[in-house]
Design a protein around this ligand. Structure first.
Ligand SMILES: Cc1cc2nc3c(=O)[nH]c(=O)nc-3n(C[C@H](O)[C@H](O)[C@H](O)COP(=O)(O)O)c2cc1C
Length: 201
């Protein structure tokens, strides 16, 4: 699927959603998409980050990942967002970034973006589905076209069966489900749908 520009935008404190973003990039590149991984700015106070060794290590490990800008939204045909749950919702860091998009929305520059989302939580039923669905509510206001994975491939079943977007349970020992193939499938599907939309526009 040549010529599709996919920007993968994530927030992560301890690395899970960065890993999901990397797998999504891998999948999208396999079908020829032009891909960038971008993080939203961290807003937490330094003292909070310092107090959590895993968070501190992740911030250090990803210091060279570029921060997303509004231009990264405009240029993209497709956007994948990866976000940990915060009580069933997106983290404030992502919300703050999205709350700066009012001007673009007003100009219609976010309409018809093909969007898909992924999530993680500390518990198997800790709010992954709610987080993705709540996230999509905002995307409908943009006029985005949601490319959820549904059950379009067997890999969704083995990854836990979330049709809204790939999600994972994460803890101190890392991810509890094997979701890599589901993430890659979701990314390929998002790029494919974006290719169809691009051809039709
Ligand atoms: C403020 C806060 C709220 C959270 N709320 C939930 C929750 O409601 N349910 C849950 O299972 N995990 C919850 N978590 C755990 C995170 O979702 C988990 O650490 C995250 O998915 C790990 O992703 P990351 O490694 O990309 O940061 C919460 C964590 C924080 C810091």
């Amino acid at each position: 699927m040549a010529n599709v520009k996919l920007n993968i935008i994530y927030y992560s404190s301890t690395g899970t959603n960065y890993q999901l973003a990397q797998w999504a990039a891998e999948g999208a590149k396999e079908i020829g998409a032009e891909v960038k991984i971008l993080k939203v700015p961290e807003l937490a106070p330094a003292a909070a980050i310092e107090s959590n060794p895993a968070w501190k290590a992740h911030v250090e490990a990803t210091k060279d990942v570029p921060e997303v800008t509004l231009d990264d939204l405009v240029e993209a045909d497709a956007l994948i967002f990866s976000i940990p749950t915060r009580y069933g919702n997106m983290p404030g860091q992502m919300k703050q970034f999205l709350d700066t998009t009012g001007g673009l929305w007003f100009q219609g520059k976010l309409a018809n973006k093909v969007v898909s989302a992924m999530s993680s939580a500390g518990n198997p039923h800790g709010g992954q589905e709610a987080t993705i669905l709540n996230f999509y509510t905002m995307m409908y206001h943009w006029g985005a076209i949601i490319a959820a994975p549904g059950y379009t491939d067997q890999v969704t079943f083995t990854a836990g069966g979330n049709p809204y977007g790939t999600s994972v349970t994460t803890g101190q020992d890392g991810m509890k489900e094997d979701v890599k193939d589901a993430v890659k499938h979701q990314a390929k599907r998002t790029v494919t749908v974006a290719g169809w939309v691009k051809q039709g526009l």
